[in-house]
Design a protein. Structure first.
Ligand SMILES: Cc1ncc(COP(=O)(O)O)c(C=O)c1O
Length: 451
C-alpha cells in the first residue's frame, strides 16, 4: 500500500499550524479543549475508519489539548523543547521503521549511534572507548548504567550474577546523595535493591553532597551523585568524590539528566570539573539537547561491564557490524532514537549546543534578577538554568495563588516544588525556543497575577 498524499499533506499542515502557534497559543490547554478530550471515549470500532479521519480527529481534539511544553514560555519541570531538525529526523526514521537492535535491521541507525557516541564522548571529555547506550529517559539511563556498575562490582567480588542471582549475591553498598533524583531509587528498586540497604549522605542548602560526611568507601560500593540538582541545578564536588572512590575501588555514577550537558558550555563547563573522573553517567537528550521524546543516553567508561550486562544471544540473532546496538541497552527491539540525537548534534555543532545551553542559563539568571526586583526571593544560587523562588514575606499560600493565576492566563507555566521545607516554585529554562521576549511575557503575567 503506498502512502496516501492527502493523509501526509494534512498531517504536515497540522504540524506546521501547531508549530506556528507555539509563540502565541496558551501554554496550558483551555478548559474547553480539555473537556473535549472525552470525545475520545468511544467503543472499540467494529468497522474501519479512514486513516485521514483518524488523524483529523487526533488533530482537532488533540492539538488544542496539548500542554505547550515546547513553548518558550513553559518553565515547569525540566522538559526541554524540540529542535525542528530532530522532529524531521524522527518523522523520516519512523517512516523507515528500522528496528535498532541489530546492524542488519538498521544499518543507518547502527552507524549513526556509533557516530553520535564518538561525538558525545569527545564533547564530555571522556576516555576513548567509553560506551554509550541509547535509551528512553534518564530513569532508564540510570538503570542501564547501574546494571553495568553492579556487573563490574560482582565480577570483582568473584560473583556471577547471571547464574547465581541476586538472592545469593554478596552485598553491594549503595551510597546516595540525600537529594538524589527519585528515579535513581526507582532504578535500584527495579534491580532488586531496597531503600533500607542505602546509605544516604547529607547535602548542603543547594543540594550538594557534604563531602566530609561521605562514609568510608570500599570496593563493593556504588556511589550516586549529581550534575544538576533537579531544583537548584547544583553540582556535586566530582573531583573530591571521585578521588575518594578511586582510592577505595568504588564505582561512581553521575545523574546528569540535564546538568551533564554543562560540559558543552564554554562559560560554565568548570561547574562540572572532574565529572569525567566518574565511571558512568545518565543524561537526557529530550531535555537540554531538545530532541523529541523519548531519548537519553547511558554512558559507561567500562565498556566490557556494560556489554556483559546486556549482551544476549539467541539462535537467530546476528552478530554483524562493528558495534551491535542492543549490547548497550536493556531492550532488544527499539526505535532509532540515536538518529535524532545525531541530527540535533550535527545541526547545532558543539558551538551551537554550547550557545543554546548558555542562552538558557542567562535567561534563568536574568529572570531571577527581575523577580527579585518584584518582591521575590531566589532561594538557590542560580548557577545554570534552574531557579527556586518564593515571596519575600514567605507567604507560600499567596505564592501558589499567584502562580495558579499565571497558569490560568496561559501566558506562562511554572511548576511547584518542595524545597528547604517549603512549598515554593521553580523556573527551568530548557527550551531552545525561549527568548528574552518570552521572559518579559512571563514577568508581565506574574505582575498581573500579583495585582
Ligand atoms: C536529575 C534528574 N534525574 C532523572 C530524571 C528522570 O528523567 P526521565 O524522566 O527522562 O526518566 C530527571 C527528570 O526530570 C532529572 O531531572
Amino acid at each position: 500500500m503506498s502512502f496516501d498524499d492527502k493523509l501526509f499533506d494534512y498531517t504536515l499542515k497540522a504540524a506546521k499550524e501547531f508549530e506556528d502557534g507555539l509563540a502565541s497559543n496558551p501554554v496550558v490547554p483551555t478548559s474547553e479543549a480539555l473537556d473535549n478530550i472525552k470525545l475520545f471515549d468511544q467503543p472499540m470500532p467494529i468497522a474501519k475508519t479512514k486513516a485521514i479521519d483518524v488523524i483529523k480527529m487526533l488533530n482537532e481534539i488533540g492539538s488544542p489539548a496539548t500542554t505547550l511544553t515546547r513553548s518558550g514560555r513553559f518553565f515547569g519541570f525540566v522538559v526541554g523543547g524540540t529542535l525542528p531538525v530532530s522532529v524531521a529526523s524522527s518523522w523520516l526514521t519512523s517512516t523507515w521503521d528500522q528496528n535498532s537492535s541489530l546492524t542488519v535491521l538498521g544499518y543507518v541507525n547502527a552507524k549513526l549511534e556509533q557516530v553520535a557516541q564518538k561525538w558525545i564522548v569527545e564533547m564530555l571529555e571522556l576516555p576513548t572507548g567509553t560506551a554509550v547506550g541509547f535509551v528512553t529517559g534518564a530513569t532508564m539511563a540510570g538503570f542501564t548504567s547501574l546494571c553495568a556498575a553492579r556487573t563490574r562490582i560482582y565480577n570483582n567480588l568473584g560473583y556471577d550474577l547471571k547464574t547465581g542471582g541476586l538472592r545469593n549475591a554478596p552485598k553491594i553498598r549503595f551510597i546516595l546523595s540525600e537529594d538524589i533524583h527519585s528515579t535513581n531509587i526507582r532504578a535500584l528498586n527495579y534491580m532488586g535493591y531496597g531503600t533500607d540497604e542505602f546509605e544516604y549522605v547529607p547535602v548542603d542548602e543547594d543540594g550538594r553532597i557534604i563531602v566530609d560526611q561521605i562514609p568510608k568507601l570500599d570496593n563493593n560500593c556504588i556511589m550516586l551523585i549529581q550534575a544538576g540538582n533537579i531544583n537548584s541545578g547544583a553540582f556535586d564536588d566530582f573531583k573530591t568524590i571521585c578521588a575518594l572512590a578511586k582510592k577505595a575501588g568504588a564505582w561512581v555514577h553521575v545523574d546528569g539528566a540535564f546538568g551533564g550537558w554543562i560540559k558543552v558550555s564554554p562559560t560554565r563547563k568548570h561547574l562540572a570539573d572532574g565529572m569525567e573522573l566518574a565511571d558512568s553517567w545518565s543524561i537526557d537528550c529530550h531535555k537540554w539537547l531538545n530532541v523529541p521524546y523519548d531519548s537519553a543516553i547511558a554512558i559507561c567508561r567500562d565498556r566490557e561491564a556494560m556489554m556483559e550486562a546486556f549482551t544476549i544471544t539467541a539462535s537467530y540473532l546476528t552478530t554483524d557490524g562493528e558495534r551491535i546496538p542492543n549490547n548497550f541497552t536493556p531492550e532488544l527491539s527499539r526505535r532509532a532514537r540515536g538518529i535524532d540525537v545525531w541530527a540535533a548534534l550535527k545541526h547545532l555543532g558543539k558551538e551551537g549546543f554550547g550557545e543554546l545551553i548558555d542562552r538558557c542559563c542567562d535567561h534563568a539568571s536574568n529572570f531571577s534578577k527581575e523577580l527579585e526586583k518584584m518582591g521575590f526571593t531566589i532561594m538557590n544560587d542560580v548557577v545554570i538554568n534552574q531557579a527556586v523562588f518564593c515571596l519575600n514575606d514567605n507567604d507560600d499560600q499567596r505564592l501558589k495563588e499567584i502562580m495558579d493565576k499565571v497558569a490560568e492566563s496561559g501566558k506562562a507555566w511554572f511548576g511547584p516544588t518542595h524545597w528547604q521545607g517549603r512549598d515554593v516554585y521553580r523556573i527551568s529554562v530548557s527550551s531552545h525556543e525561549t527568548t528574552s521576549a518570552d521572559i518579559d511575557v512571563a514577568l508581565e503575567a506574574i505582575k498581573e497575577a500579583m495585582a
